[in-house]
Design a protein around this ligand. Structure first.
Ligand code: EPU
Length: 420
């Protein structure tokens, strides 16, 4: 087991570079299964979820490699094999192999992902979309069995919720389906746009990604992909909050400003400026000694991202007054609250609202990470807490942050990973 030990009280200073997007990469890696030939994708973060996806692709017979943030996939040996529960349960995005299996082999068998710490995480919209494209779906012994003996056919699909994952799976199925598919109430997240760009580079015909209506003309075959993944907006946002919370003076390179408008505006209201610097860099500047309390509501893009909610809450623990953090995406994404309270935070949960009374001095404590973003929030709190904070179950962090402790240490944080 590994833990992260942080001694709080250092103002962060210096320059750091944001990594490539984990969530865009996961969808794009699955997309490479659709190609006739070897794909090459750059700027892929070297994190555990990416390694898990590589393992999944290898189990399916493809040859997946990750080296120096370059992912290559040779799908030559890709075969119709079950995507096993042992792997799917460790990473839900494994479900992205469902559509490539179905469209290439006319059948797929993928373990049904269970719930996770942040919510039940149903996949009914994925299956509804695939059924509309002509797949027969059944659940047997914990596995989703899908078959499309007559091939997939384009269809008009309306999603009941603008699900990122369902939009990905339907796009991956529709690019090789016969005829035209329209996805209405599609997810608009930047990761969807990046996937569409990658697929279009393979020869797909996708229009409207980034809006709530995506139109796809199916192709007979797709060539390999050469693509550079977008910056991870959640990692970049986490680094911005690290600068803000420590009243530091940091510059973040490769900052995806246009994907982080909600965070930038909210930081502005709290008294933190995001100042454009050279190229695609920004400087994070706290304008006032005390942060102003600012409410947020998590919403699908371009609303405030749920994946930055926990980090924002850590920031609001320092604000001069009361703020409300409302989570509308995941029904159980307040597990960090009890841990922040162990550090002296004053937070009360009322349904989907967390009432944060900021201003109390945080004190270092032993805390436990419950999920990826909660672990980042606890580290952020540790950066300003008095004394030592130990965050356990740090494997959650390693799923999605590339070298976060090295990056924070390079900015002057006193942070150390302890391997027990
Ligand atoms: N939903 C359904 N039915 C479905 C699918 C989703 O009701 O078939 C509901 C969910 O229960 C949730 C909402 O729709 O209430 C949104 O879920 P979505 O499908 O958009 O989430 P996801 O695709 O499972 C991705 C990210 C998450 C991020 C969410 C929301 C990946 C691999 N994961 O999950 O990222 O929180 O979108 O933006 O892209 C993270 O990186 O820490 C993380 C959890």
């Amino acid at each position: 087991m590994e833990t992260m030990v942080i001694r709080g009280g250092r103002r962060l200073q210096g320059t750091v570079t944001a990594s490539g997007s984990k969530n865009a990469s996961l969808a794009i890696m699955a997309a490479c299964l659709l190609a006739d030939g070897t794909s090459r994708v750059t700027n892929v973060p070297d994190v555990q979820d990416i390694r898990t996806m590589c393992t999944m692709l290898e189990i399916l017979g493809a040859r997946a490699r990750m080296q120096d943030n370059v992912f290559t996939l040779d799908p030559k040996g890709f075969a119709s094999r079950p995507a096993p529960y042992e792997l799917v349960k460790t990473m839900r995005a494994s479900i992205y192999v469902l559509a490539p299996l179905l469209s290439r082999f006319g059948k797929a068998q993928v373990a049904l992902p269970g719930g996770c710490a942040i919510g039940q995480r149903p996949i009914d919209q994925h299956l509804k979309g695939l059924e509309a494209l002509g797949a027969q779906v059944s659940l047997e012994h914990g596995y989703i069995h899908t078959a499309a003996p007559h091939g997939l056919k384009g269809a008009d699909i309306y999603l009941d919720v603008a699900s990122v994952g369902a939009t990905v799976n339907i796009m991956l199925a529709a690019v090789l389906a016969a005829g035209k598919t329209v996805i209405d109430h599609a997810a608009c997240e930047p990761e969807i746009v990046d996937l569409a760009e990658g697929l279009n580079r393979m020869g797909a015909d996708i229009k409207g990604a980034g809006s709530s209506r995506i139109e796809i003309k199916g192709q007979r075959q797709l060539g390999p992909m050469e693509h550079r993944v977008i910056t991870d907006r959640i990692e970049a946002g986490t680094l911005a909050v690290a600068g803000a919370i420590t009243a530091g003076d940091i510059t973040i390179r490769s900052f995806p400003g246009r994907h982080l408008t909600a965070l930038e505006k909210k930081l502005g209201e709290a008294g933190v400026e995001v100042v454009p610097a050279a190229g695609d860099a920004v400087q994070i500047k706290r304008l006032q000694e005390r942060l102003a309390p600012v409410d947020i509501v998590t919403l699908p893009y371009p609303g405030f991202p749920t994946d930055l909610q926990a980090q924002w809450m850590a920031l609001m623990c320092l604000a001069a007054g009361r703020s409300v953090v409302t989570e509308t995406i995941w029904e159980n994404r307040f597990l960090h609250v009890a841990e922040l309270k162990r550090m002296g935070a004053d937070i009360q949960i009322e349904g989907s609202n967390a009432l944060v009374r900021g201003g109390a001095l945080l004190s270092g404590a032993q805390v436990m990470a419950s999920d990826l973003r909660a672990s980042a929030a606890l580290i952020l709190a540790g950066l300003v807490a008095e004394g030592e904070t130990t965050v356990s179950r740090i494997y959650h962090l390693d799923r999605g942050y590339e070298q976060l402790e090295e990056k924070l240490a390079s900015l002057g944080a006193d942070i150390q990973r302890i391997r027990e």
